[in-house]
Design a protein around this ligand. Structure first.
Ligand code: ATP
Ligand code: MG
Length: 399
């Protein structure tokens, strides 16, 4: 067992000693069986939240209405959720109410895919009620029970199917895939933020090329923000992504935006539809500006300078894209820029004011920007005396 589990074993044992059942469940069990590293360990138990709180001294109510209590143990927090069923879904998203139950089987039955429905007992026994082990072996993603019903209960599961197939390189089993195709319109009921989480994870998976092809084939893009009726060349896109894994969220979205052919301005609107943070939007816009210039031809040192701290994701996006531009050469050019930002300029507003007796104002900013551009372009050395002299000349020519 991975160390994350052994560290949490005393918790399972303590719950068992108090007369309840407790198991490791969810992604960590799946990933362990696949030999992959795990992040968080989830525990499911027959004990009700109040009963868990009576057993452990230190707990936090992280989601008590869903049955989740965090147990604090030697500086670690363990999310422990009471076995539950989710009843009467009337809006295709999340249950109207959860009911706590004492039966593990009922809890596993509400889970999305067979490979996510294992339970692991403290003694090492794997409980596999839906033949998930066979699906793991065959690299198959299969809904627990009737896929049709499961997607009606929670439409997000369709998006999760593509996400897991991308992350794990699993094929979606035909009946599950068909149910996605038939019910994909239910995604309209799901909050963008939740869709975004799954979509981003899908883009960061190692089989994103496969998931992207399936996504278009079942028509899911028609229910995703800004992707309706896109005439994106998905086969070409899948070819670019085959054998590649995108390294982070910024690169993923920059690549998508670039391949959609959006301008820097449209980028803003598109990413807002997806409810992205201002920070991500800013990074992607900077990169898209440079990439669009590169699509047209050469870029200047000033263009590179303006990309600033977005340079790394931008060059990674370039390397993924169809553009035949040497990203290593651009990386070297960026590294060799005389300055990387305004703060590195050997002159500033204060110096200008005291040396030239100028009053701060709009002319001031323009003057500084001209100096900045000439330093970045290599026409001026980044030295205080040189820049003061150049500023004097610029003022004289203005007059
Ligand atoms: P990850 O490694 O990305 O965390 P995970 O499988 O742990 O993957 P989570 O979203 O953390 O995924 O969910 C934990 C578990 O809860 C899942 O393995 C699954 O059993 C169950 N689950 C989560 N979301 C749903 C859902 N929408 N419908 C049914 N079961 C779900
Ligand atoms: Mg998880």
């Amino acid at each position: 067992l991975p160390s994350e589990f052994t560290a949490a074993l005393p918790i399972l044992e303590k719950i068992e000693q108090a007369g309840y059942e407790a198991y490791f469940v969810g992604g960590s069990v799946r990933d362990t069986l696949l030999g992959k590293p795990i992040h968080d360990v989830d525990i499911a138990t027959s004990a009700f939240p109040e009963e868990i709180k009576a057993i452990f001294d230190r707990t936090i109510d992280t989601g008590i209405q869903h049955g989740t209590v965090m147990i604090l143990d030697h500086g670690q927090g363990y999310e422990t959720t009471t076995f539950r069923t989710e009843s009467t879904y009337t809006d295709f998203r999340r249950p109207d109410e959860v009911t706590f139950v004492r039966s593990l089987a009922e809890d596993l039955q509400r889970r999305d895919f067979t490979i996510n429905a294992f339970a692991l007992k403290a003694d090492g026994e794997i409980i596999d009620l839906f033949d998930g082990l066979t699906d793991l072996k065959n690299k198959t993603l299969r809904a627990v029970g009737s896929p049709e019903e499961r997607f009606h209960e929670d439409a997000l599961r369709m998006m999760r199917a593509l996400r897991f197939s991308s992350q794990l390189s699993f094929e979606i089993e035909p009946a599950t895939l068909q149910a996605i195709q038939e019910n994909v319109a239910l995604l309209k009921n799901i909050a963008i933020e939740r869709i975004n989480v799954e979509f981003t994870k899908m883009m960061l998976g190692s089989a994103v090329w496969y998931a992207a092809l399936e996504m278009i084939r079942v028509g899911m893009h028609n229910y995703l923000p800004g992707l309706q009726d896109t005439d994106i060349d998905i086969v070409g896109l899948a070819d670019l992504l085959k054998g590649e894994q995108i390294s982070n969220e910024t690169v993923a979205w920059m690549f998508l935006v670039f391949e959609l052919g959006l301008t820097a301005t449209d980028t803003n609107g598109f990413l807002r539809l997806w409810k992205h943070s201002n920070d991500l939007i800013k990074q992607v816009r900077k990169g898209i500006h440079l990439l669009n210039e590169l699509r047209l031809g050469e870029v200047s040192d000033w263009d590179l300078y303006e990309v600033g701290d977005a340079i790394e994701p931008t060059l990674e996006t370039l390397a993924l894209s169809e553009l035949m531009v040497d990203d290593t050469a651009l990386r070297t050019r960026y590294a060799n820029l005389t300055i990387k930002n305004k703060q590195e300029l050997a002159i500033n507003g204060g110096i200008l004011a005291s040396e030239l007796g100028l009053k701060p104002g709009p002319v001031f900013g323009k003057l500084l920007q001209q100096l900045e551009m000439q330093v970045v372009g290599g026409q001026l050395k980044n030295e205080r005396a040189v820049l003061i002299e150049a500023a004097q000349k610029l003022i004289v020519t203005k007059k």
